[in-house]
Design a protein. Sequence first.
Length: 269
Amino acid sequence: MYGTRGRLTRDGIRLHDPADFAPMHRAGRVAAAILDAVAPEVRPGVTTAAIDAAIAALIEVHGATSATIGYRGYRHASCISLNHVVCHGIPGPRALRDGDILNIDVTVIVDGWFGDTSRMFVAGEPGRKAVRLIEVTHEALMRGIAAVRPGASFGDIGHAIQTHVEAQGMSVVRDFCGHGLGRVFHAPPNVLHYGRPGSGPVLEEGMFFTIEPMVNLGRPETKILADEWTAVTRDKSWSAQFEHAVGVTARGCEIFTLSPAGRFHPTWG
């Protein structure tokens, strides 16, 4: 046992009880199932607004609540980030074109618990550089997850991601990070996707957080557009992102947001 519900570490990170894993799995599974179900809508000619509408309908079907509609004035059930958009892309009238890549990010609330996940999709046939970008980003996420265990540090997670990405000649975005979650959308810690081994808070059983590296083909710098949401690469290079929510266990971690249909990666299923 790793403490009573509500206990915080000295870094302000909540330690959850063993019983809290089950509702997090339920919330994560709903979020992942929604992304599974919306995959057929990702094709040339379909607008990102239409995809978002399909996601909103799926959230209702699952009896869940969107965590993003109304969050700081945001009005959509998802963020959809195309090509050089790093994150927080706003769904709209833009129709997908053959070869576009996009990250779709969905967060739902199920019985008071937050399920948060994102993954890459492809409209039509992607180019070779896009395929490589997606593969490197997915592998970076999985290497970060593999570093999660009690006694390791958050710097170990970031280092595992950063070293893999930079060895492939790509860059890790510094301006955005993963976060704690549970009965709240965002909480400590900030989960950086770069770092030094042994740096940052030490991981303990019961910590819940997301790992969501954003990887650019070019330089890591970003800028926010006038809508105050959309983040893009400054050099207009393409960007990719994958996100899982995890909980630290005695021997490693559990992934809350596994795809029920095995479709987390665009080439699977």
